[in-house]
Design a binder for this molecule. Structure first.
Ligand SMILES: Nc1ncnc2c1ncn2[C@@H]1O[C@H](COP(=O)(O)OP(=O)(O)OP(=O)(O)O)[C@@H](O)[C@H]1O
Ligand SMILES: [Mg+2]
Length: 453
């Protein structure tokens, strides 16, 4: 790496003398007679080190130092001072100078200082690159929190990645336990607001009267018990993201106030006159059917459209059964470790119960099921006995369950999956039982993404 060193001095002799000396050290040397010319060079070319006189016509060395320190904090600045101006040098150090040299300049010391300053800069840059890489990995890991390889989940993750960097309001819908909150986490963590606050509000957990003041804050004396002014969650989320969970539960009054924040970025605290302005990205979630809530007059349509600029629907687990295997593996590892157990696997009966169950509580239910199974397991594998009765009982007979409301294709998919499981993956037998050819079976396995479990 060839370093560029900029020497700034209004005295031509000094400037050129120092420049010559630095060239001997194999640096690319740039010269400037005053501060403003120096800034021009710094702004237009890569400068790795600035060596500057303090007293110069126009922009002084002090000023130059301040500007470089704030705009290019990784570029070191060495100050040149005359005799008897040590005080100014000390001041310059405080302003962020790397070091100072007294005139007349000792060229050996110049050489040494330049070398040190540049080595330091190299370290700073390397550290910064490393930090960026770690952040990138961390970001990817945050994403990897969401386990799933089914086409349905891939689609969800694709949208997450697409909308994360925008400011668009996102409404995450889906049944209870499908991972709506994880999706909200991922959107925030992948956005450029990730270093700013991420405030979560469980709208259903708060009493209706409390919710408004929780969200928007209140002034002292606004109501009995409001003994001091309190900032609301929207204020706390300023610059960042707010997650309004279970948005379907909020009352009309609060709906209007949220609508106004989304439209004008403005609101007042409860009992307050002063209008507060915020820049907040809104992600909301619900397992209710908001269209129905609107039709029945419980939810404002205009608010719905503001919240639902982008919709992400997380499908229930029974519609993406190929994720079960990965999820089970991940939860097994997590809870084995947590409980200090060495669970190596799941016996075939328990496995077919897990794969056959409809998981109405979705991933939360699966997670809880694996946790309790790990705790209960006596040996090194999970057996049918370790599973909750609801899960275990559904496979006692040789049958599968297909929920009403399924399409014919979904039913076909389930029959093929169930038979494959029952025949322990033996495709010839499965084809025979189903009364179709092996080729047809293969095609359908691919079509339905029925990877072997
Ligand atoms: N794809 C996934 N990978 C790993 N864990 C998941 C996944 N989806 C959900 N989980 C886990 O399942 C549990 C429920 O997820 P989450 O709280 O995000 O669901 P939800 O949709 O918000 O549910 P609710 O509507 O009940 O609030 C959490 O423990 C979460 O970590
Ligand atoms: Mg939730």
């Amino acid at each position: 790496m060839e370093f560029s060193v900029l020497v700034v001095d209004d005295e031509k002799n000094i400037r050129e003398g120092l420049g010559k000396a630095l060239e001997l050290d194999n640096y690319n040397v740039l010269l400037a007679p005053d501060g403003s010319k120096a800034l021009e060079i710094i702004n237009t070319s890569d400068v790795d080190l600035v060596i500057t006189d303090l007293k110069m016509p126009g922009l002084s060395g002090q000023e130059l130092l301040k500007q470089v320190a704030s705009a290019y904090p990784t570029v070191p600045v060495i100050i040149l001072t005359g005799h008897g101006t040590i005080e100014t040098a000390v001041e310059a150090m405080r302003d962020g100078a790397f070091d100072f040299l007294t005139k007349p300049v000792n060229l050996d010391r110049l050489s040494l200082l330049a070398k040190r300053a540049l080595a330091n800069r190299k370290l700073v840059l390397e550290h910064r690159a490393l930090k960026e890489e770690v952040e990138k990995i961390a970001r990817r890991q945050k994403f990897a929190n969401i386990i799933g390889k089914s086409p349905e989940m891939k689609k969800v993750l694709e949208i997450v990645e697409q909308v994360a960097p925008t400011k668009a309001s996102v409404l995450v819908t889906g049944e209870s336990g499908v991972g709506k909150e994880l999706v909200a986490d991922a959107i925030h963590n992948l956005s450029d607001r990730k270093e700013r606050p991420f405030i979560k509000v469980h709208c259903a957990a708060l009493a209706e009267t409390l919710l408004e003041s929780e969200l928007f804050g209140h002034e002292k004396g606004a109501f009995t018990g409001a003994v001091a002014t309190k900032r609301g969650r929207f204020e706390l989320a300023n610059g960042g993201t707010i997650f309004l969970d279970e948005i379907g539960e909020i009352n009309q009054q609060v709906q209007i106030k949220i609508l106004r924040v989304l439209q004008d970025k403005k609101f007042e605290r409860v009992g307050g006159e002063q209008t507060i302005e915020v820049d907040v990205r809104v992600i909301s979630a619900t397992n209710r059917d908001l269209k129905k809530e609107i039709a029945e007059g419980r939810f404002r349509e205009d608010l719905f459209y503001r919240l639902n600029v982008v919709n992400i629907t997380v499908p229930p687990l029974r519609e993406r059964r190929e994720d079960i295997g990965l999820l089970v593996a991940a939860f097994l590892r997590e809870f084995s470790e947590e409980n200090g157990k060495n669970i190596l696997g799941i016996d075939p009966k328990a496995k077919s119960a897990i794969y056959g169950y409809s998981w109405p509580g979705n991933i939360r239910e699966l997670r809880n099921c694996i946790e309790s199974a790990v705790v209960l397991a006596k040996g090194s594998s999970i057996t049918l006995m370790d599973l909750p009765p609801s899960v275990a009982s559904e496979t006692e007979g040789d049958y599968i369950r297909i929920n009403l409301g399924s399409t014919l294709a979904e039913a076909e998919k389930e029959i093929i999956r169930g038979t494959l499981n029952f025949e322990k993956g033996n495709k010839s037998k499965t084809a025979e039982v189903l009364g179709i050819g092996r080729k047809t079976l293969h095609r359908k396995i691919q079509e339905y993404h029925l990877v072997e479990e």
